[in-house]
Structures are given as C-alpha cells and as structure tokens.
Design a protein around this ligand. Sequence first.
Ligand SMILES: NC(=O)c1ccc[n+]([C@@H]2O[C@H](COP(=O)([O-])OP(=O)(O)OC[C@H]3O[C@@H](n4cnc5c(N)ncnc54)[C@H](O)[C@@H]3O)[C@@H](O)[C@H]2O)c1
Length: 360
Amino acid sequence: MVKTHYFNAQSLELAIQEVLKGFGCQEQEACLVSQNLVLANLTGHDSHGVGIVPRYAESLREPEGLKVNAKLETLVDHGHMLGLDGASGFGQVIGHQAMQVALERAQSFGSCIMALGNVHHLCRIGAFAEMAVAKNMIAIHFVSVLTRPIVAPWDGSDARFGTNPFCVGIPLGDKAPVILDFATSVIAQGKVRVAHNRGESLEPGMMLDHQGDATCDPVFGVKPPFGAIASFGQHKGFGLALVCELLGGALAARQTLHEPQAQRRIFNGMLTILIDPSRFDQSNQFLQQAHAFVEWVQASPPAAGSTGVKIAGQPERETKAQRLENGIPIDDQTWQEIIDAAASMGVDIDKVNHLVGLKP
Ligand SMILES: NC(=O)c1ccc[n+]([C@@H]2O[C@H](COP(=O)([O-])OP(=O)(O)OC[C@H]3O[C@@H](n4cnc5c(N)ncnc54)[C@H](O)[C@@H]3O)[C@@H](O)[C@H]2O)c1
C-alpha cells in the first residue's frame, strides 16, 4: 500500500522554492518555477507537478542541460513575428517572459507569431494559454519535446518522438475560458511515472514493451529496457504529433528529434500563435456565437455513467477547487525522490520537510 501525503498548496510552494534556491535559482526564478509546478498539481496534472524536480536536478548536472537564472534572447524581430532563444533556462521562467513579450506585440498588432527554442521543459503548456486568455487573447501552441524518444508512431513499434503537446486557449468574456491542453501521446510520460510510483497498471493500448509488444506495465516507460507509449487517436493523433514536431521543433526550435538521446534533459520547442479576437469582431458576434455553442453542447443529456458534458479547462478548475480545500496528494515515493534530489544538491532537507509539516 503506497502512503500518500496531503500537502497544503502554499506550504508545498514554499518547500519547493527552498529546494530550487538550493539548486542555485535566484528568488524570483525559484518562485515562478515553484508556483508553476504546484499549479500543475492543483489542476490535477501531477505528471507536471513537483514530482519532476528530481529530473530537473539530473538535467542541471548535464554539461548541455538546464541552466539556472538564464535570460531570454531575441533572435528575430519582425514586430508581429518573434524568434526567441531560451538560453537553456527553466521553461517556467523563459516561457513566461516569452509570452509577456508576445502578448504585448499581439496587443499592438492584433496578432503575434512567436517561435521559441532552446528552452528547458515548458511543463504544463496550459499555463501559457491561461496567461493569454487573461488578456483576452486566443492562444494556439504547437510544442515539440527534445529528449529520449518515448512515443511510437501509428503503425510503428518503437519510440521515435516525444509526447509533443498541443494547446489552445480561448477567452469567453465573462464565462470560463476554454483551455484545451494535452500530450499527443495516449498518456503523458509523467503519468506513466506517477502510475509506476503508485504501483498502478496502465490501461490496455497505452504502452508497448521493449520488443514492441502490448503491455500494461508502466515500468517500460520508466526504466530500461524502455518500450514506447502509443500516440493518441490512432493515425489522427500521430498526425498532430508530427505537426507539433515540424512546427514546434523544425520551425520554432530549429531542431527535431531524429536520433537516440541519452541525456536526462528535456528541451521544448514551441510555436505560439496569438490572436486578438476583438480585431475580427466588429459586431460582437464571436462571444454571442461561442456562448450559444458552449451552452448547446453542454445541454447534451449525460451519457450512461457520466456527470454530463465538460468543456476543456473545466476538469482542471474542478480539481483545483477540490485540492485547495483538501490538499495536494503526493505519494511517499515521489516525495522521497524530491528529498533525495534536494539532498544531492546540498539543500537543507530538514527545512524542506518542516515547510510541508513533516518531522525531520
Ligand atoms: N512540456 C512538455 O514537454 C509536455 C509534454 C507533454 C504533456 N505536457 C503537459 O502535460 C499535461 C497533461 O497532458 P495530458 O495529455 O495528460 O492531459 P489529459 O489527457 O488530462 O487532457 C487534458 C485536456 O483534456 C480536457 N479534458 C479532460 N477531461 C475531460 C472531459 N471529461 N471532458 C472534456 N475535456 C476534458 C482538459 O480540460 C484538458 O484540456 C498538459 O498540461 C500538457 O501541456 C507537457
């Protein structure tokens, strides 16, 4: 039986900040990264929450891995088209800075296309779409992942690319925005790690073993000999993953995954398109039509065993409300991995445990 802690969000944020400061991050970087990771846990995406910190510690040790306190650099500036370089920095910080610049441009020009490369793990892409919708902007993100290949192409039997996420944010005025944000693999890689740490099996059809045979054992996504995760949606999901690699990778990051990679670092490339809907909408038809459609689909009678139609972004808001109330569940193995990573970087682990209310 796996032991689970329930941590208060604010306490967990402070504890992770302490770990990141121990990694060499300046105060503001430690705050941004920690807030972003805890928000991923709050929204139910534990795969992209604080459990990823040990992987970041490994990446920091690699010669061409993650760099602390990096600054965003501009490579190309055509006003409404930006080419940016993340200097191998934390995706949570570089991505935030890049979105701030791109949103300013979209406010001036009505739209902006931003290409970002050479950035470490951007984590939950929905966080960037949320920045956009908060400014009444539509955001579309195509993202590639540069790391060890872990996803098999449709009709293939070994891993050839990453979990290439796709995300769209649509602001809906006084109604909750649409935040569609998912990995193009049938399951996010971090969710395979979470299942493994919790001692759970995967559903059939999600994983291939190292010989290309179907398996439900998440170990093939966590330890060698590695297998591959299936792409979602058969040939259609594979097609979207391919497009993410070509736009987020070849175009935005100027790099694609086409050879085995042994490193632990996770780099992303991201092509972002921002659109100010008000520039198209002289007679306020957009919100009227969007609200009418959302209400129409939600009025569909619930299917057997379901609680009714949800709009993308709604499950995350519901989980956040529930976890703010009841705490964020972190299994003991995941917490221990964080503490071990912190200790290996010379962090005061008694202080970290104390911050989440655990006795040294
Ligand atoms: N940075 C990276 O390299 C990287 C790689 C892969 C994934 N990710 C992130 O991982 C996170 C998790 O991805 P995932 O594929 O596991 O997500 P997921 O399978 O949980 O799907 C999430 C999306 O589906 C919507 N959704 C969920 N249940 C729904 C329902 N019942 N009805 C309607 N909509 C519903 C959610 O609102 C959300 O938009 C994402 O935030 C993604 O950005 C990041």
